[in-house]
Design a binder for this molecule. Structure first.
Ligand SMILES: [Zn+2]
Length: 388
C-alpha cells in the first residue's frame, strides 16, 4: 500500500518519501514509494507528471492499492527522495475535474441525469449524459455554474462512516462498488455530494470561468464539451482573435459578422450561378462552331468535370457522332467522351484508358475520367482510330 497524500491535500506540490521498490520495465523503471502526492490516472482524470529523486516522471498508475511511478532512471530502494509535481498541469486538471462536478451536479439537479462518461483531454473535457439537453438549457446551466463559481463555494473532502454515508444523497452511487476502502466524498457546499478519488480545487472561485464549447448527440444522449480555468480564458482569447480577423476582412462590426458572412455567401452563390450560365452560353457558342463535324476531339483549358460533360453533350447535340473533350495539362488530363449512340463510348474509353494510363467510366453514350499522358499521345490515339 502507498499512502496517498493527494487524497487529503490536493495542493501538496513537493514531498519526500522512501523508495520501497524499483524494477526495470521495457524502457523505464517502475518505482513504488511509502507515500506519494502523485495522482495516478483515475475517474477520468489523467495522471500527474513531474520529477522524482532527479528522475523524470513519465506516468503514474494504480496497482492494487499501490501507486506505481514510471521514471526514466532507476532509484535506490531505501533511499529518501523528493517528488515535485508539474503544478501547472495538475492545477489545470483540478480545475477541469471540479468543473465537471459542478456542471454534472446542475444537470443532475435539473434533469435527474447521471454523468455516464467523463474524460479530461489535452485540450478539452467531455461529459456524457443519457438524454438530450437543448442549447437553451445548456446556456442556462452554464450561466448557473458560473454564478456558483462567483459565489466561491468551498469544496471539501470527507470519509463518512457507513451510517453517515447511507444517509447522504450522493449524486452518483455507481462508483461506490469500485472504490477500495472507505468512501471518499467530495462536496461542493449546498450543490453536490459525490464519491470521487480525484483531486479538486478548494473553492469554486478557482475555476475562474466555465465554458461549454460544443454539444453532440451521443448514444441516444448528449456529449457536452467544456473548458474551465485558464483553458477557458485562452479559448476566449483565440476565438476573439478569430472574430476580430473575420470582422476586419468583412469590414463589419463584430456583432454583425454573421449577417455579413451570410451576405458574402449569398453573393458568391449568385455569382457562381451566373458564371455557370455564362459558361453554358460560351460552350454553346463553341459547340456551334463544330456544327456538321462528325468527330470532335478538342482541348479546352480550365473546364470542370461538370463543364466537360456539358460541352461533350452539346457537341453531340450539334450532330457529332463522337465528342471527346479534354481539359488539364500535360500528364494530367480530365476528359468527357460522348457519342450519339453509334459508337460505344465505354469500349472506346476502356481502350484509351488502357493505352494512355487512364481511369474512368460511365454509360455507353457518355463516360468521364482522367489520363496521365501527353496531349500528342491523345491526338495520335484518336487519329489512329480514324476520329481526327
Ligand atoms: Zn472528482
Amino acid at each position: 500500500m502507498t499512502e496517498k497524500l493527494f487524497e487529503k491535500d490536493s495542493y501538496l506540490r513537493r514531498f519526500t518519501a522512501t523508495v520501497t521498490r524499483c524494477e526495470e520495465e521495457k524502457d523505464h523503471w517502475v518505482v513504488e514509494l511509502d507515500r506519494t502526492a502523485f495522482f495516478p490516472e483515475g475517474g477520468g482524470q489523467p495522471s500527474d507528471r513531474g520529477t522524482l529523486g532527479g528522475a523524470k516522471l513519465l506516468d503514474v498508475r494504480s496497482a492494487k492499492g499501490a501507486v506505481e511511478h514510471l521514471t526514466d532512471a532507476p532509484l535506490a530502494v531505501g533511499q529518501t527522495v523528493e517528488g515535485e509535481i508539474d503544478w501547472e498541469r495538475r492545477f489545470d486538471l483540478m480545475q477541469q475535474h471540479t468543473a465537471d462536478h459542478l456542471f454534472s451536479a446542475l444537470v443532475h439537479r435539473r434533469f435527474g441525469l447521471e454523468n455516464i462518461g467523463f474524460h479530461i483531454g489535452e485540450e478539452i473535457t467531455h461529459m456524457d449524459f443519457g438524454a438530450e439537453i437543448t442549447p437553451v438549457e445548456i446556456d442556462q446551466l452554464e450561466l448557473e455554474a458560473n454564478r456558483l463559481i462567483f459565489a466561491n463555494l468551498p469544496v471539501t473532502v470527507s470519509w463518512p462512516g457507513e451510517e453517515e454515508l447511507a444517509g447522504m444523497a450522493l449524486r452518483s452511487k455507481k462508483e461506490l462498488d469500485e472504490l477500495e476502502g472507505p468512501v471518499r466524498v467530495v462536496e461542493i457546499k449546498d450543490v453536490d455530494l459525490c464519491a470521487c478519488c480525484g483531486t479538486h480545487v478548494a473553492h469554486t472561485g478557482e475555476l475562474g470561468l466555465l465554458k461549454i464549447t460544443a454539444c453532440q448527440s451521443y448514444k441516444g444522449g448528449v456529449r457536452v464539451f467544456m473548458v474551465a480555468g485558464e483553458r477557458a480564458v485562452r479559448l476566449a482569447q483565440r476565438e476573439h482573435r478569430q472574430v476580430e480577423a473575420v470582422s476586419g476582412l468583412l469590414s463589419a462590426k463584430q456583432p454583425e459578422i454573421v449577417a455579413a458572412v451570410t451576405r458574402v455567401k449569398n453573393d458568391a452563390a449568385q455569382a457562381h450561378l451566373q458564371l455557370g450560365q455564362l459558361q453554358g452560353q460560351l460552350l454553346g457558342c463553341k459547340a456551334a462552331a463544330y456544327t456538321g463535324e462528325n468527330y470532335v476531339v478538342t482541348f479546352e483549358p480550365g473546364l470542370s468535370p461538370e463543364d466537360l460533360r456539358r460541352y461533350a453533350l452539346l457537341l453531340c447535340e450539334r450532330g457529332a457522332a463522337l465528342a471527346a473533350v479534354f481539359s488539364g495539362g500535360e500528364g494530367n488530363y480530365k476528359y468527357a467522351l460522348a457519342t450519339d449512340g453509334s459508337i460505344d463510348a465505354r469500349a472506346l474509353g476502356k481502350e484509351m484508358n488502357g493505352l494512355l494510363s487512364g481511369r474512368g467510366g460511365g454509360k455507353p453514350e457518355l463516360i468521364q475520367g482522367s489520363l496521365a499522358c501527353e496531349q500528342a499521345q491523345i491526338q495520335i490515339f484518336f487519329s489512329q482510330k480514324g476520329y481526327c
